[in-house]
Design a protein around this ligand. Structure first.
Ligand code: F6P
Length: 343
């Protein structure tokens, strides 16, 4: 009987379980057994996990997180990492692995593919920063949660006539801040792709104050940088990613704005709330469809690729290309921010 592995790596994203279900269903139909590797690449290195049955995946598209657990283990940084993955695959009899993850997890999948270990990649991240796919699952849910929070923060900011700075996940891109900021009517949306100076931010608040608007809600992406800020001393994970919570842009910006404007300011870090809980309908269905396509590629032994959303279609995409380019908020999209916010 044919056998494959499946793993989820990096930060969890709502919709992961939907992908797992899609893969397991297609594989079961084609007499392929699926081994769920525990906690991302760590499970692949150690050969840890369990065989998945149809009962294990029944209805799991409704559930957030990942039934397989996740970690940020980087195979390339572990002693004999690739050799141990190969040994686990041989021991378990796995012909290939479906790796569900963001640029870090898929970057490893790409390298292992080139070392002769067959992989299929499935793009995942709430940050939506992977290229070669229109959207990543998790982004829609995270944007909806963030939109709800922004909406709630309006009433308290207005009651207290405050500046409310809301720090939003997204690492080096501002996709969630963009989507939730527009939908949740933030007065300013600050994203790393389009830097602004403190003077420019203050001038927007001053204009609002002169117009009789007594409060301001600012959606700031965690990767946004003020002049003079430097990431180089911040702690990093095994993939070299900065711990954005230590950067603390929300806290810094709120303090600077209170000093500059004299208006009482508060900051809120939404943090992991943005990734928690049940996926949206969009992410459930996107996850299921990506999983089904990944399962089909396995059936056809069409390894070395990624699955992706293009328009309304689920297609096969170039794994190497996807992990080598970051998808950023483009100028034409950002124009909506300049028209409706930041003024
Ligand atoms: O990449 C997804 C993400 O949620 C980022 O938006 C965030 O910066 C990071 O993961 C947080 O990582 P961790 O879960 O390791 O704290």
């Amino acid at each position: 009987m044919r056998k494959i592995g499946i793993l989820t790596g990096g930060g969890d994203a709502p919709g992961l379980n939907a992908v797992i279900r899609g893969v397991v269903e297609v594989c079961a139909k084609n007499d392929i057994q699926v081994f769920g590797l525990k906690a991302g690449w760590r499970g692949a290195i150690r050969g840890e996990g369990r065989w998945l049955t149809l009962d294990d995946v029944d209805g799991i598209q409704m559930v957030g997180g990942t039934i397989l657990n996740s970690s940020r283990t980087n195979v390339m940084k572990e002693e004999n990492g690739p050799e141990n993955v190969r040994a686990s695959m041989e021991k378990l009899g796995l012909e290939g692995i479906v790796a569900i993850g963001g640029d870090d997890t898929l970057g490893v999948a790409d390298k292992l593919t080139k070392m002769g270990m067959p992989m299929v990649g499935v793009p995942k991240t709430i940050d939506n920063d992977l290229s070669c796919t229109d959207f990543t699952f998790g982004f829609d849910t995270a944007s909806n949660i963030t939109m709800d929070c922004l909406e709630r923060l309006h009433t308290t900011a207005k009651s207290h006539m405050r500046i409310m700075v809301v720090e939003i996940m997204g690492r080096h891109t501002g996709w969630i801040a963009y989507q939730a900021g527009l939908a949740g009517n933030a007065h300013m949306v600050l994203v790393p792709e389009f830097p602004k100076t403190v003077d420019e931010i203050v001038s927007v608040i001053d204009r609002r104050t002169k117009a009789g608007k007594e409060y301001t809600v600012i959606a700031v992406a965690e990767g946004f940088t003020l002049e003079g800020m430097n990431d180089s001393d911040l702690p990093r994970d095994s993939f070299g990613n900065v711990d954005m919570t230590k950067k603390a842009i929300g806290e810094t910006l709120a303090r600077v704005l209170e000093e500059r404007t004299g208006q009482e300011s508060r900051h809120v870090v939404l943090g992991h709330v943005q990734r928690g809980g049940a996926p949206s309908a969009f992410d459930r269905v996107l996850g299921l469809r990506l999983g089904i396509k990944a399962g089909q590629l396995v059936v056809e032994k069409d390894y070395g690729n990624m699955v992706a959303l293009k328009g309304t279609d689920i297609v096969k995409a170039d794994l190497s290309k996807a992990v080598s380019e970051r998808k950023e908020v483009a100028k034409d999209l950002y124009e909506a921010i300049e028209l409706l916010c930041n003024k």
